[in-house]
Design a protein around this ligand. Structure first.
Ligand SMILES: *Cc1c(COP(=O)(O)O)cnc(C)c1O
Length: 388
């Protein structure tokens, strides 16, 4: 297969000025990807600092209600509250080995910005995070968090003043400052080698899950279900099961309903095109202009998706479905009250799919990747349910 290609998807649609930086990154991956010392050092931080391995919890109460055997992979228990730290620790350590002094990142909801700020602090690297003015206004708490962690938040006022514009600005910065700067991207999208590298850093989720389910059930699960924004928590848990007989389900943000146009369902409703340096499924109009995505969960609000997921859906290996805001909110409430676990609104999408289609999962072993915790979402949910 050609470099960074998944069937027709992926690739490296990068400006000429960025090629040296991408080549330097590929060389570093070549060197450290197989380096035992690097892996040991990363594992040390994943374990002692981030809290791995995370439990695979048998959700007995919800299992009873749904008549299946439901397990939750508890990425919500990690330091920072989500799976994102698996990736930021990996890339920040790599940046340090490469001799870089400064990390830059893009962020939408602020979650990836916070995870990057954490990794920068622990490895002693300066962090600057690009964030749309609109998002800064909407996500004040994460802006304060990033600042407390010592990061500088750079407001982006171009375009729609959201995530996709923040990515454009970060790439511009990288081109100018490639000497001392590492671009720490947040999900399995963008140009090669990011989709592959980030999948590798997140694949620890699936590796642990397989070991844990074999120990608890003595066999593989029937289904593994994960929510999809860019696709990093999904690819992180799917990777280990791709070549095994396990049903893989990717749940996207249906927002206010796919027909309404207000959603983030690139796999279900996108069309092939180039965006942020990759060929993938993209929400775009008939002229190729990127459409604005929408979801109640900011982490799923992205008009593109990782190229490997596009390939896996197109080839039939992964099934793509979508869940509306309303269904996700209901699942958020259900898990909180039945299991005492407040999930992220993103992860609630994966839960909602299983709850809404329980007949399909009857008597099956189902693993849901609980990608994050819902503390960040309580204001949104309180407003929706009139709890204030
Ligand atoms: C960011 C985020 C997501 C979406 O990102 P992916 O790259 O698709 O995993 C999902 N869940 C949580 C909790 C997040 O913070």
């Amino acid at each position: 297969m050609a470099k960074g290609k998944f069937g027709v998807y992926g690739g490296q649609f990068a400006p000429e000025t960025l090629m040296p930086a991408l080549e330097e990154l590929e060389e570093a991956l070549e060197k450290y990807g197989r380096d035992k010392k690097f892996q040991e050092e990363l594992n040390y931080y994943l374990k002692e600092y981030a809290g791995r391995p995370t439990p695979l919890y048998y959700a007995g109460n919800l299992s009873k209600k749904l008549a299946c055997r439901l397990y939750l992979k508890r990425e919500d228990l990690l330091h920072g509250g989500a799976h994102k730290i698996n990736n930021t620790l990996g890339q920040a350590l790599l940046a340090k080995k490469m001799g870089k002094k400064r990390l830059i990142a893009e962020t939408g909801a602020g979650q990836h910005g916070v995870a990057t700020a954490i990794a920068g602090a622990v490895f002693g690297l300066k962090v600057e995070v690009y964030m749309g003015v609109e998002d800064i206004e909407r996500q004040k708490l994460n802006v304060v968090r990033m600042k407390l962690l010592g990061a500088n938040v750079i407001p982006v006022s171009s375009g729609s003043q959201t995530l996709k514009d923040a990515i454009n600005e970060a790439i511009r910065d990288w081109i100018t400052n490639v000497e001392d700067t590492y671009y720490l991207f947040g999900t399995v999208a963008g140009m090669h080698p990011y989709p592959t590298m980030i999948r590798e850093f997140q694949s620890v989720i699936g590796k642990e899950t397989r070991r844990q389910i074999m120990k608890k059930e003595g066999k593989l699960p029937d289904f593994v279900v994960a929510c999809v924004g860019g696709g990093s928590n999904a690819m992180g848990i799917f990777d280990e099961f791709l070549k095994r007989k396990v049903g893989l389900i990717a749940v996207e943000a249906g927002g206010k309903g796919i027909q309404s146009g207000l959603h983030g369902a690139s796999l279900s409703a996108g069309e092939d095109g180039v965006f942020h340096g990759m060929y993938s499924k993209i929400l775009q109009d008939k002229f190729g202009q990127i459409k604005t995505s929408y979801s109640i969960s900011a982490g799923l609000d992205y008009p593109g998706v990782g190229p490997q997921l596009s390939f896996l859906v197109e080839s039939g290996r992964v099934k793509a479905v979508s869940v509306t805001d309303k269904q996700a909110l209901q699942a958020f409430k259900t898990l909180s009250q039945i299991e005492g676990i407040i999930p992220a609104l993103e992860s609630s999408h994966a839960l909602a799919h299983v709850i809404e289609n329980k007949g399909q999962f009857k008597d099956k072993i189902v693993v849901i990747n609980l990608s994050g915790r819902g503390d960040k979402d309580v204001n949104t949910v309180a407003e929706e349910f009139d709890l204030k």
